[in-house]
Design a protein around this ligand. Structure first.
Ligand SMILES: *Cc1c(COP(=O)(O)O)cnc(C)c1O
Length: 223
C-alpha cells in the first residue's frame, strides 16, 4: 500500500477514537516509525504529510537523519546507551526512552540546551521491558530536577504484545493516570503533559485512553 493511503486510514481511525473519547484529533501527533524502511520510503512519508519521525536504533537514526532534516522532527524511541548519547544530542528533538539516572546525567552533560524527554515506564511489569516501575516514576522525575538540560515533557510506555483489549486499555489507563498525578505536581522541570503510547496494533485504544503521541511503523510504512 502506498503511504498516503495508509495514512488516510490511520487518520480515520484516530478521528473515530477521538469521537468516542471526546478528544480533538489535533491533539494527537503521529510519529512515523521508519526503522523498517529505506530513506526513500521515509521521504514518501514526509511527502504524505508526516513531519514527526521515530527511530529506535542509533545506526538507523544517524543514517536517516543525515539525509532528512528539513521539515522533520526526530524522536528517538528506542533504548539509548549512555555512551551513545553524544552521537544523538543536537540531532534529536525528543527522547522517548529516558529510564535511568545515568542516562539523564549523560544527556545533561552533553546537551547545550534542554532536551525534551519522555520517561519510559514499565507499566505491565514484564521483565523483558525497559522502563521505570510505575510506583518509582514520581521519585525518579523529582530526581531529575538537578539536571538543567532535562525537560520531562511526558511519559512513554510499550504495551505488551497481547490481543486482549481490556488488558491493553488497563496499561494505557495506568500511564494516563500516572501522567495526571505527575503533572499535578507542577514541577518546573517536568511539565509532563504528553503521553507517548500506542503502536500499529493498538493506537486506536491508546488514543481513546489519552495518548498524545502514537508511534506507528508497520501499518503506516509497511515492514
Ligand atoms: C518499532 C516501534 C514502534 C512501532 O511499531 P509498529 O508496531 O510497527 O507500529 C513503536 N515504538 C517503539 C519503541 C518501537 O520500537
Amino acid at each position: 500500500m502506498d503511504v498516503a493511503t495508509n495514512l488516510r486510514h490511520i487518520r480515520q481511525n484516530i478521528e473515530q477514537a477521538c469521537e468516542k473519547s471526546n478528544r480533538n484529533p489535533d491533539d494527537i501527533t503521529i510519529i512515523g516509525v521508519t526503522k523498517y524502511v529505506t530513506i526513500e520510503r521515509t521521504k514518501e512519508l514526509i511527502n504524505a504529510g508526516i513531519k514527526n519521525l521515530g527511530e529506535n536504533r542509533l545506526d538507523g537514526f544517524l543514517q536517516k537523519h543525515e539525509y532528512i532534516q528539513d521539515n522533520a522532527t526526530w524522536h528517538f524511541i528506542g533504548t539509548l546507551q549512555s555512551r551513545k548519547v553524544k552521537e544523538v544530542i543536537g540531532k534529536v528533538d525528543a527522547v522517548h526512552s529516558l529510564d535511568r539516572k545515568s542516562l539523564a546525567k549523560e544527556i545533561n552533560k552533553r546537551a547545550a540546551n534542554p532536551v525534551d524527554c519522555f520517561v519510559q515506564v514499565n507499566v505491565s511489569g514484564e521483565e523483558s521491558k525497559h522502563g521505570i516501575m510505575p510506583e518509582e516514576t514520581l521519585a525518579f522525575i523529582k530526581d531529575m530536577e538537578g539536571f538543567a538540560n532535562i525537560r520531562v515533557i511526558g511519559l512513554m510506555t510499550m504495551a505488551p504484545h497481547i490481543e486482549d483489549e481490556n488488558e491493553l486499555r488497563q496499561v494505557f489507563r495506568r500511564l494516563a493516570s500516572l501522567r495526571d498525578s505527575i503533572k499535578s505536581e507542577q514541577l518546573p522541570h517536568a511539565p509532563c503533559q504528553y503521553l507517548s503510547m500506542g503502536m500499529s496494533n493498538d493506537y486506536h485504544l491508546a488514543v481513546e485512553e489519552g495518548a498524545t503521541h502514537v508511534r506507528i511503523g508497520s501499518s503506516l510504512v509497511g515492514s
